[in-house]
Design a protein around this ligand. Structure first.
Ligand SMILES: NC(=O)C1=CN([C@@H]2O[C@H](COP(=O)(O)OP(=O)(O)OC[C@H]3O[C@@H](n4cnc5c(N)ncnc54)[C@H](O)[C@@H]3O)[C@@H](O)[C@H]2O)C=CC1
Ligand SMILES: O=C([O-])CC(=O)C(=O)O
Length: 272
């Protein structure tokens, strides 16, 4: 049957572990969407494979994306979140946000979206169970907790470790390196704890959501366990993510974005 709805134009900001897979999936085809533009830090590095796509998008600086697209997918370093998302939501458009940890320092972006009829979408990303958490949050959640275990390589360089002089390079046993709120976890581990912030925004907020982080030389996967107790259900779930080419980022993250984009215009939509 003919597709009567006009396609929505999509742009991708950042061509790293997540962005590259998202671009390739969009080029293969996602119902109701068309890829029009991408941004990269070193455009020359990407011109070759972009030119070989079925339909090559424009390669432009991030400040041009909001004008060119209806939906901009942010998969860039967290310091660029404001520069990428503000112009999108100011135009009443949609930003898909991966560096969700940065939202805590940029909470006014949500007000900006509200004022202009824009939307910020946070995919489940590397986590699990945000469908159940958002459902439970319609009622009352009593407690929410995240326990993250990562191989040492996925944690090295985190500001919390550097500032507190915590050495993990030579550990031979699991070491708990952080216990506290999701808000503090996001500050101390900006490239690692997007999942903590996503959980907190789905549930009871960054101050009441508790987080434990372990550096674990016995695991090869980024492992996240969530435990939620509410007036509708008690649940705990664990996901063991195979790292992508970026050891800080699980492979499933890009797939979650692709699934999220598929849902935007799909004729059948499963899950909350
Ligand atoms: N919500 C979630 O569950 C998850 C979120 N993330 C977050 O998503 C973001 C992207 O993650 P990855 O793809 O793994 O990171 P990555 O480091 O592999 O890719 C980021 C890309 O952005 C590019 N970039 C830097 N400056 C740029 C600029 N001015 N314009 C355009 N591109 C620029 C870099 O060159 C790099 O290619 C990170 O902030 C990460 O923390 C990662 C995993 C899970
Ligand atoms: O597990 C992952 O892939 C990444 C992660 O913890 C995060 O960004 O929050």
């Amino acid at each position: 049957m003919a597709d009567n709805k006009a396609k929505m134009r999509v742009a991708v900001a950042g061509l790293g572990a997540i962005g590259t897979d998202v671009v390739k999936a969009l080029d293969q085809g996602i119902e109701g969407l068309t890829l029009v533009a991408v941004s990269a830090n070193s455009p020359d590095k990407h011109r070759g494979w972009i030119a070989e796509l079925k339909s090559a998008p424009k390669l432009v600086p991030i400040d041009e994306l909001a004008e060119l697209a209806d939906i901009v997918v942010e998969c860039a370093p967290s310091k660029l979140v404001r520069a990428i998302v503000a112009p999108v939501v100011e135009r009443g458009k949609t930003a898909v946000l991966l560096s969700v940890g940065a939202l805590l320092q940029n909470e006014d972006l949500v007000d900006l979206a509200k004022a202009h009829g824009g939307q910020i979408i946070v995919p489940t990303g590397a986590l699990i169970g945000l469908d159940a958490v958002t459902a439970a949050a319609v009622g009352t959640i009593h407690s929410a907790r995240l326990v993250t275990r990562k191989p040492v390589a996925g944690l090295i360089g985190a500001p919390h470790l550097v500032e507190n002089n915590i050495r993990i390079d030579d550990i031979t046993e699991p070491l708990r390196i952080f216990e506290g709120s999701a808000r503090d976890a996001a500050k101390g581990f900006p490239a690692n704890l997007n999942v903590a912030v996503a959980l907190s925004l789905a549930g009871i907020g960054p101050d009441r959501t508790r987080v434990e982080i372990w550096a674990d030389p016995t695991v090869t996967r980024n492992t996240h366990r969530i435990e939620v107790d509410s007036d509708s259900a008690r649940f705990s779930m664990m996901i063991e993510n195979i790292p992508s080419e970026n050891p800080k980022t699980g492979r499933i993250t890009a797939l979650s974005v692709i699934a999220c984009l598929r849902k935007l215009r799909a004729s059948l939509r499963i899950g909350t």
